[in-house]
Design a protein around this ligand. Structure first.
Ligand code: CP
Length: 315
């Protein structure tokens, strides 16, 4: 594995999940990251990704440097051959090359603008770091994907499933703001790679990118989709069809205990942060059905397995 930008960068998912679960049950004294440095650049806020990835790097013996690149760094120019006589002070070519001198792995978070679908799908920020850095690049959530979250989610489902092939439902839920598709996209890709009976449910107008959904069943009736579910993964995303818009939805899509009656006492997941009583009701988040804290804990082991693999592969 040279970079971790997409789930497709994983060469052997089964082995990576096995490594992550092994790290959780037997924290190793081995420090393969000794003398190595992880540099993390955040163009957007974070709690879990920032702290779990830092913890993971330290568990491997790495040094960590973190920068709020949106506030503390020079505004970056990403266009080739740009005449930089406006607001951008530094080109990605120099920035990525310099970071490659200071660090052994760079990790970057850069959300989409949600205004121009084609522009967001170019993944300009992540792909520019990949192009101009000479060290591995890790995606801490980009315009269209959140592969560290998806690896965590795969680990969590395998860890907590009581069946060899559980039914997993990804459900849209309301949110006042326009949110990216990244988590839902990467979760969908992950569910296509592990042995689950997977269904996506969302209101009309909220179907995800058909290139990602492919032949997965999409059910616009949430109650029907929830029937016999073992895991319910709750997430909001803005419209893909009317790109970046928050559409009017008449029915109530907030997930609460009443909706779980139709399920197999489903375990409820969310990547967090979650808006209580808008996305998921208190009566779930404060109950044993919620596994959001166990899920967040697994962020550390997913990141640890990825960083360890990148260190091994860049030797
Ligand atoms: N789930 C997740 O990525 O959380 P943060 O935005 O807090 O990093």
């Amino acid at each position: 594995m040279k970079n971790y930008i997409n789930l497709s960068d994983i060469e052997d998912l089964k082995a990576l999940i096995h490594d992550a679960r092994g790290m959780k049950s037997n924290p190793s004294e081995e420090k393969p990251g000794k003398g190595k440095t992880l540099g993390m650049l955040f163009f957007n806020p974070s709690l879990r990704t920032r702290l779990s990835t830092e913890k993971a790097a330290r568990l491997l013996g790495m040094e960590v440097m973190v920068m709020n690149a949106d506030k503390d760094g020079w505004a970056l120019e990403f266009e080739d051959a740009a005449i930089m006589n406006s607001d951008k002070a530094e080109h990605i070519k120099e920035a990525a090359a310099v970071l490659s001198q200071y660090c052994d792995i760079i990790a970057v978070r850069a959300f989409p603008g949600l205004k121009d679908r084609e522009q967001d799908e170019t993944e300009l920020v992540m792909n520019s770091f990949k192009k101009y850095a000479t060290i591995p690049v890790v995606n801490l959530e980009s315009a269209t994907g959140h592969p560290l979250q998806a690896l965590t989610d795969g680990i969590t489902i395998q860890e907590l499933s009581e069946k060899s092939r559980p039914k997993v439902v990804l459900t849209w839920a309301p949110h006042p703001n326009a949110l990216p598709h990244s988590v839902a996209n990467s979760f969908t890709e992950m569910m296509q790679q592990i042995d689950v009976d997977f269904v996506i449910t969302n209101p009309e107008g909220y179907d995800l990118d058909p290139k990602i959904v492919r032949d997965i069943r999409v059910e616009h009736d949430q109650k029907k989709a929830f029937k016999d579910a073992d895991f319910v993964y709750v997430k909001n995303w803005s419209s893909y069809e009317k790109y970046g818009q928050v559409l009017e939805v008449e029915e109530n899509w907030t997930v609460d205990q009443a909706k779980l009656k139709n399920t197999n006492n489903a375990k409820v997941m969310h990547c967090l942060p979650v808006r209580r009583n808008v996305v998921i009701a208190d009566d779930i988040l404060d109950s044993d059905n919620s596994i959001v804290i166990q899920q967040a804990n697994n962020r550390t082991y997913a990141a640890q397995a990825v960083l360890k693999k990148l260190l091994e592969c860049s030797k």
